[in-house]
Structures are given as structure tokens and as C-alpha cells.
Design a protein around this ligand. Structure first.
Ligand SMILES: [Mg+2]
Length: 190
């Protein structure tokens, strides 16, 4: 089985959505994701970055994130054909470890927790594919990257992109077909 590494924030967990919700309530704004083209929430509130850091570092913040649409059902179907590894750059926010682990157990109970990787740099992740929103992590990764659309990465240039989980699933199922086809080609020539 080939292996897919999957990022958490912005790919499985709606990090930006929760940050926006908290900051809109705190500052009295009504920004939406459409206001974030090419930007992070932090860049939208330059005068409140200390507050946002405090919010994100609260031990239960990551426990409260919403699940990205279709991610559960698509990953469940993909897990019948691929080994699924979760690779999150949790070292960026060390206070998040427990919340992230509990969140995964609740929302992705069909995954094997022994395949959860809390790392910093995804160059150390060994997988055939990486689904991630972060251009730096995708560039550091040594396998085939799939950039998952997030407001901040929309201006980035990347050759394989997906705007939702159904697109990720379609791409990876097609990859499976083409590798099966090339294998049977090989069998024919032997
Ligand atoms: Mg991410």
C-alpha cells in the first residue's frame, strides 16, 4: 500500500475559521475567508497579534476546531487503498499536543493513532503523498505534494492543487488506477 501523509490545520481542521470567529468577536469586525486572499488571520489584525498568539496557545484551542468538509468520508474511503499518516507541524505550538491528539481520536477514529506524527519540518516524513496547505512544507517534503487550498496559499504557484477533499480523493484514486495499469503493463511484458 502506498502511504499518504495528511496535514491537520487547514486540511482536516478549520484553523482559520476558528481564528476569524474569535477575532471578529474580540475586535468587533465581520471578516470572512474572502477577505483573506494571500493572507493569514494574523496579517488581518496587525494590532492584535499578541492576543491571537494567546488564543492559539490556549491548551483547548485546537480541540474546538471544526472539521473540514468531506475530510472524514474521503479519508475513510482512501484508507481502504492507502496507508494514512497524519503529519502535523505541532512543534509550532507545543501547547497543542494533547488537544490535537484528542481531536483526531474523536473525529478520525478509524485512523491508527500509531501513525500520527507530531513534527516540525515535513522533510522527515516518509510517504508517497503529502496533502498540505503550506508551501514551505510541500517544498520540503520529498514525495508528491498536493496543495490544499487555503486563503493564504491562493497566490502560491504549485503544480498539483485541490480546492476540497473530493478533489484530493479523485486525484489519489486516479493515481491508484495509473499505478495498477502500469503494473499490469509490466506483467504483460514479462
Ligand atoms: Mg496546515
Amino acid at each position: 500500500m502506498k502511504r499518504i501523509a495528511v496535514d491537520m490545520d487547514e486540511v482536516l481542521a478549520d484553523f482559520t475559521g476558528k481564528c476569524l470567529e474569535v477575532m471578529n468577536a474580540y475586535v468587533g469586525t465581520s471578516f470572512t475567508k474572502d477577505d483573506l486572499y494571500g493572507k493569514t488571520v494574523n496579517e488581518l489584525y496587525p494590532d492584535h497579534s499578541d492576543f491571537l498568539v494567546e488564543v492559539v496557545q490556549a491548551p483547548d484551542f485546537f480541540r474546538r476546531l471544526d472539521v473540514i468538509e468531506e475530510s472524514q468520508s474521503s479519508l475513510k474511503r482512501l484508507s481502504e487503498h492507502y496507508e494514512i499518516v497524519i503529519a502535523t507541524a505541532a512543534m509550532d505550538v507545543p501547547t497543542s499536543f494533547q488537544a490535537k491528539y484528542d481531536w483526531l481520536l474523536e473525529h478520525f477514529d478509524f485512523l491508527d493513532p500509531r501513525l500520527f506524527i507530531f513534527c516540525g519540518d515535513k522533510k522527515v516524513v516518509q510517504a508517497d503523498y503529502l496533502v498540505d496547505d503550506n508551501i514551505y512544507q510541500l517544498n520540503a517534503f520529498t514525495g508528491r505534494g498536493i496543495m490544499f487550498d487555503a486563503p493564504h496559499n491562493l497566490p502560491n504557484d504549485y503544480d498539483v492543487r485541490a480546492s476540497n477533499w473530493l478533489e484530493v480523493e479523485a486525484y489519489l484514486m486516479k493515481e491508484l488506477d495509473s499505478s495498477t495499469a502500469s503494473k499490469s503493463d509490466t506483467n504483460r511484458t514479462v
